[in-house]
Design a protein around this ligand. Sequence first.
Ligand code: CUA
Length: 322
Amino acid sequence: MNALDPAGPVAQAIGSLFWWMVGVAALVYVTVLVAFAVAWKKGRRQLAALGDTDPSDAPPDVLRPSPRQLGIGVGIAAGITILILFAFLVADLGVNRALAAGPAGVVTIDLQGVQWWWKATYADNDPSKIVVTANEIHIPVGVPVQLRLTSNDVIHSVWIPSLAGKKDLVPGYTSRLWLRADRPGVYRGQCAEFCGHQHAKMGLTVVAQPSDEFNAWLEHQRQPAPAPDDSITAQGQKVFLTGPCAKCHTIAGTPAAATVGPNLTHLASRLTIAAGSLPMTRGALGGWIVDPQGIKPGARMPSNQLQPDQLQSLIAYLATLR
Ligand code: CUA
């Protein structure tokens, strides 16, 4: 994550404001140091002019500016400070406006913060085309994207530093954030508001890709999960549907339709599991299923003591959910 490597106009506006602030602050700092050095030199010269006199015997007035000089100096410094702060106030409000309004989103994504993962829903007027996924969103490059942000538990905050500033997800209120990625890439996001035990492991992956690739991805996400095509994956699906998994998760195309945990219909197409905590590998998947509490203590997912052959077939099945 790098807020100083903007990949879109919103992050760019924030980045420019940041560099202006750093630049002006550096200038003020250097000016103060130079003024201090000049004053110090002047004092030394005045001391030298007193000759052999012990400085502590020198009349105080010799070493001090007059009240008039002092007043002018402090007045100028205070005036410049107020001007700088006012200019930044105006610039800050301007950037905030650019952040808040934005163009109408071509793609609208409802992003819900959940302890401790992200639920993403791609809105569509046709209900059969709505896509529900988790912890990884795809967006088309060069196109404005509207995020509608909600929460059902506590306050979260979404932050994708390369694409936009932070925005809170507040229970009972829908806030909005727009962003645009101007170059393809994988951008990491993070919950930026302390929301409980596993706040730190509430990562979001944003994949920005060319429009045709994005459309193909979205179309694929609309499809139900493929049916098992061999005995091992069929066994794995049975483990999923008859065990605890189906009590919390959905896999479209199967009877599993619970919405407590992330939708797993296309789980294996994602880059990470457990909200960015682990890479999408069979080993990580197995470790996560057996001992989520060891990886994210306090997570809502309980540990699952499965027989080795059950676990292997379950992993084999989940790996087919591309
Ligand atoms: Cu969600 Cu911090």
